[in-house]
Structures are given as structure tokens and as C-alpha cells.
Design a binder for this molecule. Sequence first.
Ligand SMILES: Cc1cc2nc3c(=O)[nH]c(=O)nc-3n(C[C@H](O)[C@H](O)[C@H](O)COP(=O)(O)OP(=O)(O)OC[C@H]3O[C@@H](n4cnc5c(N)ncnc54)[C@H](O)[C@@H]3O)c2cc1C
Length: 406
Amino acid sequence: MLDTSVSVSQTSCCIVGGGPAGAMLGLLLARQNIPVMLLESHMDFDRDFRGDTVFPSVLDVVYELGLIEKLMKIPHTKISKLSMQTPKGVISLADYSRLRVRFPHATILPQPNFISMLIEEAKQYPHFQVLMGAQVDGLLLENGKVCGVRYRGQSGRGEIQAQLVVGADGRFSRVRKMAGLEPQFAEPTMDILWTRLSRKPSDPELATVIQSDKGILSVSPRPDIWQLGYPIPKGSYARVHERGLEALRRSIASIEPLFEERVNEIKDWKQVSVFSIQTYCLKRWYAPGVLLIGDSAHAMSPIAGAGINLAVQDAVTASNILGDKLKAKDVQLADMEQIQRARMLSVKLIQNHQQKLQKRLVKPLEKEGTPLSLPLMMRVFFSIPFLRDIPMRVLLFGLRPVHIKA
Ligand SMILES: Cc1cc2nc3c(=O)[nH]c(=O)nc-3n(C[C@H](O)[C@H](O)[C@H](O)COP(=O)(O)OP(=O)(O)OC[C@H]3O[C@@H](n4cnc5c(N)ncnc54)[C@H](O)[C@@H]3O)c2cc1C
């Protein structure tokens, strides 16, 4: 006979999604002795390449949590400069070492290790529960207000009744859709092909972005690999694929000669993944009983690697504002509006900057041989360290740095 029983549980805050936003919020609320249930659709946190750049602002948060030594044990690389190499010379885009902060560098580490560290820490608190392999597919409603979720888990169907549901379920957020909060997408300009090549201890430092008359490459050092991003005009993957793997290998080698031999490590298209860049920021991040944070509220372009950082900053802001409210069972729409207000401008400023850069980058990609043109104003701007520091600060810390309140 078909088992139609549904397991029903109760909690204060039900978080959907165990990415950086959900895992951080889960830990921060659990530390305040607030009952939390986190549902993650996958059985583990091991994914293919995702954003893995952790900015100084997030390192500060990890320090405040007392976890910085644990984090530094994860194999990582540190970067303190962003630069762009063009046929006319190298342009310095940012120099983190100029910042008078606790961690004047970004850290590149595997996202699954970062999330596992947060979840393991959260499990130390008796009010924290995590359900792996639990796919949320419905919202519970009472008088038009969300009061929980329905999910399909490892041992059947379940329901969780909660004072607040937080959708931290990423760019294809189901919670967002079910809550009727539809995103408006920014004009799409490009996609990125990700691939990786081996890195030797004797390799020189490379610019973060390398532009030649053959194309553009973003280069990011991991302990033993180079993570490469190869931007292409939006929707042109089929054309790139048709030209063949050898053409892609040759193109990468012609942009950066260090990879001349190593491109042969790319033997199959399976080693190349396409990331379709879609950016949006919701007009409203909440509805009665439900709040969205991280990518579900605002998907970013991978340019400058801000995704994890904004997700974590959202989580800290949400925890600071909601902690006492959840304890008092008194979460109001105004509290969620306050979270959105605290975060929205930083998100919009960064998206705006990314969109402008993307438009510049895509021109030489559409027509090979077209030089990447940075307007005079921009070149002057980047040549003056004091001015260059302004967008760097906004990117790394937002308009106001976030710190853990409780
Ligand atoms: C392929 C790829 C490459 C990227 N590259 C970069 C980069 O180079 N630089 C950068 O800054 N950012 C990059 N990003 C984005 C970056 O990873 C995100 O900004 C960041 O992870 C956002 O965190 P999040 O917690 O909001 O969402 P996510 O990390 O997307 O986490 C959402 C979680 O929710 C879970 N979930 C989804 N639906 C459900 C459901 N119905 N029920 C239960 N669980 C659910 C998912 O399994 C996932 O674990 C990339 C993302 C992807 C996918």
C-alpha cells in the first residue's frame, strides 16, 4: 500500500537552501538559541565550480565567529591585487593591501569546504537541524501568510511549520517563484566558459584579466590549478562548440602563452562548463512570512567574484535584525523591509559597475581584433590609487561593513 503519511515538524525559522547565505544564517540564528531547520536539496555540499572568492568583509565575519583558524586550515590562496593586462600594458584595478583592515586580502577556497565548516559549527547548537536531500516544493499558507514549507525528503514527504521561511535557494529559487516574487533581468551581455589547467609552484603571478587581440581570459590561482574564465557573447556557446575544442585550446594559449602546452589537458568538453550570466535584483525581497536572501534575491555577474560575499552579508544583516524578533515571535514586514533597505543599495551599485564592465568586455569578443577600450576617464581613475580605492571598498565591504551583533 502507498505510504501517504507526512512527517510534520515545527521550528522558528525554516531556511531553504544550504549555500553560503543559508548556511551562514542558520549558524548565526542557532548561536542565538533560535530554533532553525535548514533544508538542502542535495545530499552534500560538493558541487562543480561555484564562486569561491571570500572577501575581507567575510573573513571579518568568520573572525567574529571565532572560526578564522579553522577556515585558514582549508587549502586556499590569497590574493591582494586585481589587475588587467592589455596589449598596451597592465592596469591596476584594485590593491587590497592598501586597506587598513584585519585581512587586507581576498581568500580563494573551495565553496563546499566553507559551507561544511559553517554547518558543522551550527550542528554544535541544540536548536539547529539540517535535513539533507530535502527538496522544498510547496509553501504552507494561513490567511495569505506563509507559515511553513512542504518538502520531499529521503524518507518521504514532510511539512515544516515555521514563524518565518527564508528562501536562500539560489538563482533558480523555487521559494521566490512560489511566493510570487518575480525578478526583472538586466540586459544579458555575455556567458562564461569555466575550465581549469594545472598550476606549478614555479608559475609566475598573472594578471586577473588578460586581454589580447585574440580574446579575454580571467585567471584565478587555486593551490594547484588555474581556474580560467573565458567570456563569450551571450548565447554563442553553440558557435564556440561548433568551432571545436582545438580552436578553444588555441585561443586560450594565444591569450596567455604560459598555457601553450597545458591547454592540451583540456581533452573533452566535459572539462568546460558554461555559466549563463543572468543578473537581477528583486524589487521586493519579502512577502508575509517569507524573506529572500543571497542569489534568490539578487543574482550577480561573476565579475570580481562578489556572489558569496553579498550572500554572507545578507545573512549577517538578516540575523542582526531578526534575532530578537524571532525570539519574541514578532517578525513584521517592516523588519524584512529594513533588511532589504540595508542591503539593496550596495547590491545595486555593484551590479551597475559589473554591467558597465561587461558591456566594455563584450565588444572585443563580438569582433576579434577589436581592442578593449577603456574610456580616458576610467583609465585616469584607475591610475590614481586614492580614487581606485573607492569602488574597491564598495565591492569588498558594501556601503557599510556588516558585523555580527549577537
Ligand atoms: C556555476 C557557477 C559559477 C559561479 N561562479 C561565480 C564566480 O566566479 N564568482 C562569484 O562571485 N559567484 C559565482 N557564482 C555565484 C555564487 O556561487 C553565488 O553567488 C553564491 O553561491 C550565492 O549563495 P546563495 O547561498 O545565495 O545561493 P547558492 O549558493 O546557489 O545556494 C543555494 C542552495 O539552495 C539549494 N536549493 C535550491 N533549491 C532548493 C529547494 N527547492 N529545496 C532545498 N534546497 C534547494 C541548492 O542546492 C543550493 O545548495 C557562481 C555560481 C554558479 C552556479
